[in-house]
Design a protein around this ligand. Structure first.
Ligand SMILES: Nc1ncnc2c1ncn2[C@@H]1O[C@H](COP(=O)(O)OP(=O)(O)OP(=O)(O)O)[C@@H](O)[C@H]1O
Length: 293
């Protein structure tokens, strides 16, 4: 069996002994080679989880293995693009890339770095401090990708990119995943954007894992039903239900075959994610974990 890219067990983090838990009881397993979307509301714990995985933040309880070892030991094999894209403002783009090459001897892919920078029509002599937010993101992605990481962690990488740059760089990321088998984990608030590129989902709410697994398995485990308002949905697990007039629309996790006279259809990824986010009390689902158990 191949080593998972990330394996967390009862992972928890709080920033200070009296602080609330930023992450609590997070257990999930991300197989290597997947492109994983991390979604959840503001303050859910996405950045905290990525920083712990990158070995930049210590966790408080539980365990986490990254590429089969502890996060600090895996750091040279992991690329991380932080939400704030920290770069040295006084360096030029060319100096920044040279620094990347010096820090990653034997791994550095000059062509990839230069191609990503050239894609944004950026003058390599320009200082980082004079770049726009989106241009800095491009340089940060060039640095992270040229390191040829086995695991690439991206915290809202597309947030300040224009639609063309987003499309182009998403293509570069997918190419990297396909060509080198790189595992990519990216947080985002734009679920529709992730639907075409990601095959794995981690939904975090209130510091806990609400949904985790292959997107196809998660979608297959849920059904949207439309039935008369007085219908008893038991014994099926109800994630969300809404009544409009005499109709009840619900997202359910079927506990067995659904009655033939119910109108049913598959949910979209966005429908699934929004239904869980709107209903923090709904039971968490881990179809792959359940299937593996
Ligand atoms: N350095 C810190 N010190 C204290 N609390 C922190 C710190 N960083 C994060 N937190 C808290 O941890 C929780 C999770 O924050 P985190 O930044 O991980 O959320 P997020 O899901 O990335 O949010 P967003 O979508 O807004 O970026 C929040 O309640 C936040 O206030």
């Amino acid at each position: 069996m191949t080593v998972p890219a990330i394996e967390a067990d009862a992972l928890g983090k709080r920033f200070g002994r009296r602080a609330a838990w930023a992450l609590r009881d997070c257990s999930f397993r991300l197989p290597a080679g997947r492109v994983c979307a991390v979604v959840g509301p503001n303050g859910a714990g996405k950045s905290t989880l990525l920083a712990i995985t990158a070995g930049l933040l210590a966790h408080t309880e539980g365990t986490i293995a990254v590429l089969g070892t502890d996060p600090a030991s895996a750091r040279s094999r992991v690329g991380f693009v932080d939400q704030d894209k920290p770069l040295y403002p006084q360096l030029s783009i060319a100096e920044t890339l040279r620094m990347g090459a010096d820090l990653n001897p034997g791994r550095w892919d000059t062509d990839t770095a230069e191609r990503i920078v050239a894609g944004g029509d950026l003058d390599p002599g320009k200082r980082i401090r004079s770049l726009s937010g989106g241009q800095r993101t491009r340089v940060a992605l060039a640095l992270a990708l040229a390191k040829r990481p086995e695991l690439l962690l991206l915290d809202e990488p597309m947030a300040d990119l224009d639609p063309l740059a987003r499309h182009e760089l998403m293509g570069v990321l997918m190419g990297q995943a396909a060509e080198h088998g790189t595992t990519i984990v990216m947080s985002s608030h734009v679920v529709a954007e992730l639907e075409d590129s990601c095959d794995h989902l981690l939904l975090i709410g209130g510091g806990r894992v609400r949904l985790a697994g292959e997107i196809d398995d998660l979608l297959a485990a849920h059904t949207r039903v439309s039935v008369p308002a007085d219908t008893d949905l038991a014994p099926h697990d109800v994630v969300e239900s809404r009544t409009a007039g005499r109709q009840l629309s619900a997202l359910v996790r079927p506990a067995g075959p659904l009655p033939a006279d119910w109108r049913t259809g598959p949910p979209s990824l966005e429908d699934l994610v929004l239904s869980y986010l709107r209903n923090p009390e709904a039971l968490a689902a881990h179809p792959t974990t359940e299937a593996a158990a």
